[in-house]
Design a protein around this ligand. Structure first.
Ligand SMILES: [Fe+2]
Length: 514
């Protein structure tokens, strides 16, 4: 199918179809995923899961983690559970009852800069004030003075370490503040932002599709795959990893691309995601990208987006506009930073496109109506104009336009480099040519593939959990690998090496630039 064959159907379907894309509870009839190996599970007992159904269950082998311990961040809603309860007389915490603090999984390292980094730890029990954390240079035996955390939510302890040196590896430890003799709750490492001339490795994972533990739709497969891939990523000891979207999945409760209606359920998915990343999370900074399963699609209502976004900002925080000179969005959904001799530009194709793209015939979304929105596009152009890094990479869930195996998959944003000249992707492509971007990294299609268009690599580093591997009839790709895995990228002053690493560690494809 040629690009010219894509009619913009939104014009004939009426306004109503443009306003909402909430697949909502219609998953039994609307949930059609090509190649879906789990169709029989959809009709299982109760797709709409009540709160109690996912209120318990350990994430890290423990049995104490609750999905309802928290104040839901900015909303001011306080639930009850393992960490704290609210009564008329005020907050009664586990600290009051002497319950020792315990973490869920590894802490998440975020926003590493030339002088520090953020650390975000989730409590399975206890309260943040029971914790302290400290850092030391890897070569040092002396810990710096420990810091008390801030508490963005009742189950979250967060630290911002500062005064560090650039391009250095630091060890950190999270401890029980009231028990000096106890072993650290977690011991990890983080690397500060590298300056020009450095050689480093970063990891690219995408489409992990992690549901909360009660999920019946995807089953345990995505979590098992993510654990395996994360182990491989950890072995590569990257400075950081970027997940290019579809970190989460909500098939079981909210249907195909449905808007989550329960923030605690979203939190539960982020908890399971973080837990599955294992020690990779505790030893490499994490950068998120918005996919179509994060609950932040632009065709959802503002309230629906805020419900999901509030949990992302709490549990997988990213750069704010003040973190790096390149600034970005206050929603932390697009941002940029440099690392060594490379510029990393993270984009959000999902939240500023308001038409419905559900992979079903009859919906209004067209292959050429995806958009970054005016503000993000202007920011992208300004960021590239100001760039002085030798290497320039973009990261996005999928192209800002689609050209895949058929019309519906094209409208769904599939096709990578085949869509280089479709819709607003043509604008992005022209900017990449003008400002010397070498690689456009994306996800969404759940396979490894690479295509060079006008000298620019369109590189898709597989998937790290998704059980669905899309075929040529859906994506239009003639050359691809269906293995799960991740992308390992080594960057130096004179060369960049991109490797496709299948789960288990086998490198199945590799290319270098220049
Ligand atoms: Fe996906």
């Amino acid at each position: 199918m040629t690009v010219g064959a894509f009619a913009k159907r939104s014009a004939v379907l009426g306004v109503a179809g443009l306003l909402a894309c909430d697949g909502g509870q219609s998953l039994l009839t609307n949930d059609r995923v090509p190649g879906d190996p789990y169709p029989s599970s959809i009709g299982g007992a109760g797709n709409v899961v009540g709160s109690a159904a996912f209120a318990s269950g350990g994430l890290d082998g423990s049995s104490t983690a609750s999905y309802y311990p928290v104040g839901i961040g900015g909303t001011g809603i306080v639930g009850q559970g393992g960490s704290a309860t609210i009564s008329d007389s005020g907050v009664e915490t586990d600290a009051d009852s002497g319950v020792p603090p315990k973490l869920i999984g590894a802490p998440l390292i975020f926003t590493p800069t030339t002088s520090g980094f953020g650390l975000n730890a989730v409590l399975a029990q206890g309260v943040p004030s029971q914790l302290k954390a400290s850092v030391r240079k890897q070569s040092s035996r002396v810990w710096q003075s420990p810091l008390s955390p801030t508490s963005p939510a009742l189950d979250l302890a967060q630290w911002m370490f500062s005064g560090l040196e650039p391009g250095q590896e630091y060890e950190y430890q999270v401890e029980n503040a009231s028990d000096e003799q106890a072993a650290p709750l977690y011991l990890g490492s983080a690397t500060t932002q590298r300056e020009s001339g450095a050689t480093f490795t970063f990891g690219l994972l995408t489409d992990s599709h992690i549901e909360p533990p009660d999920a019946v739709y995807t089953g345990p497969g995505p979590e098992q795959t993510l654990r395996s891939v994360a182990s491989d990523i950890g072995s590569a000891h990257p400075d950081f990893m970027i997940n290019m979207g579809d970190m989460l999945d909500f098939h079981t409760a909210f249907g195909f691309n449905g808007a989550p209606t329960d923030s605690a359920y979203v939190r539960g998915a982020y908890m399971r995601y973080r837990s599955a990343l294992g020690d990779a999370l505790g030893n490499a900074a994490h950068f998120p990208v918005i996919g179509n399963w994060e609950g932040e699609n632009g065709c959802f209502t503002a309230d629906q987006i805020e419900l999901a976004r509030s949990q992302r900002l709490l549990y997988v925080p990213g750069p704010t506009p003040d973190t790096y000179p390149q600034s970005g969005s206050s929603a932390q959904d697009y941002y940029a930073f440099t690392w060594g001799d490379a510029l990393f530009v993270v984009l959000n194709v999902m939240s500023y496109t308001t038409t419905v793209h559900l992979l079903d015939a009859g919906e209004p979304g067209a292959p050429d109506d995806w958009t970054l929105g005016e503000a993000q596009m202007a920011w992208l152009q300004e960021t590239l104009e100001k760039a002085n890094s030798k290497w320039r990479f973009l990261f996005i869930h999928h192209t800002v336009g689609g050209a895949a195996g058929d019309y519906d998959n094209s409208a769904y944003g599939r096709g990578g480099g085949q869509a280089a000249h479709v819709g607003e992707q043509a604008v992005v492509h022209q900017l990449m040519q003008q400002y010397g971007v070498q690689i456009f990294f994306y996800g969404h299609d759940h396979v490894f593939t690479d295509m060079v268009v006008d000298g620019i690599h369109y590189t898709l580093p597989g998937s790290a959990g998704a059980p669905w591997k899309f075929s040529s009839s859906e994506t239009g790709y003639s050359s691809y690998w269906t293995d799960s895995g991740y992308g390992r990228v080594e960057v130096g002053p004179t060369a960049v090496d991109v490797q496709f690493v299948a789960s288990g560690g086998n490198v199945i494809y590799e290319y270098q630039i220049p």
